[in-house]
Design a binder for this molecule. Structure first.
Ligand SMILES: Nc1ncnc2c1ncn2[C@@H]1O[C@H](COP(=O)(O)OP(=O)(O)O)[C@@H](O)[C@H]1O
Ligand SMILES: [Mg+2]
Length: 218
């Protein structure tokens, strides 16, 4: 915010002495910083909404395969920019999960964006979904730089980033995985991030199958 205010003040107070090129450069900084602030505010609002609903278990029957398709479609532009292929592997006849549709999309969007941003350009990102022990198991895997073990357990902390300036320049707010963790917890699911330095990262999300869809024991 101080950057935006600082540049805006300079532009107003010294406008007579600033040449058009410098002026354009300053305006571009103001614009980019304001956009970044907007993303941070949006993510913070998201987090408080999710927290406020923490004790209400989601009940919509959500088709995870369909959510994977929707989020892959919305990540297509950034995938193309990175030269990365998005591969979906969804098991047939996956039962629905008891979920909040918008929040499942948020989980997928955040994890897919991370995989594309921190994966090696030109390598694929694979999203898979299959059934395991009455849970739908989602994985988002990249081939990238990976994450050192000492960082892994801190990744879901608010604003925690392995490389702050890099994440910032890639458009990150440092809140994505914190949002993912809160959503998964609200769904009584589990989140696990597995990574090997120099090889890549796989995020695992387990979500309980909707009650009516659970296989009957009788
Ligand atoms: N797939 C990944 N590969 C390598 N590092 C990752 C991956 N996903 C997340 N990270 C690291 O975890 C940090 C936190 O992720 P996140 O909460 O999504 O914030 P952001 O992406 O906005 O920085 C990132 O800054 C990055 O350092
Ligand atoms: Mg992120």
């Amino acid at each position: 915010m101080s950057t935006v205010i600082g540049y805006a003040e300079t532009l107003r107070e010294q406008s007579a002495d600033i040449d058009p090129e410098t002026r354009e450069a300053f305006l571009a900084i103001v614009h980019d910083e304001a956009r970044r602030m907007q993303r941070v505010v949006e993510d913070l609002i998201s987090l408080s909404r999710i927290e406020a609903e923490k004790f209400t278990t989601p009940t919509e029957a959500v088709d995870v395969g369909q959510m994977v398709e929707v989020s892959i479609e919305s990540a297509r532009r950034i995938a193309e920019r990175r030269g990365s292929q998005l591969v979906a592997r969804v098991a047939p006849e996956l039962p629905p999960v008891a979920a909040d549709r918008g929040q499942i999309l948020q989980v997928l969007d955040n994890l897919i964006t991370n995989a594309l941003r921190y994966g090696e350009p030109g390598t694929p990102v694979t999203v898979s979904a299959y059934l395991q022990d009455a849970m739908v198991h989602l994985t988002i895997a990249d081939q990238g730089e990976g994450i050192a073990p000492e960082h892994i357990r801190r990744l879901t902390e608010r604003f925690y980033r392995v490389d702050t300036s890099r994440s910032r320049s890639l458009g990150g707010t440092g809140l994505g995985l914190s949002i993912v963790k809160h959503i998964v917890e609200r769904h009584r699911g589990r989140l696990n991030i597995e990574s090997e330095l120099g090889r890549g990262t796989t995020a695992h999300v387990l979500l309980p199958v909707a009650a009516a869809a659970e296989p009957s024991l009788s």
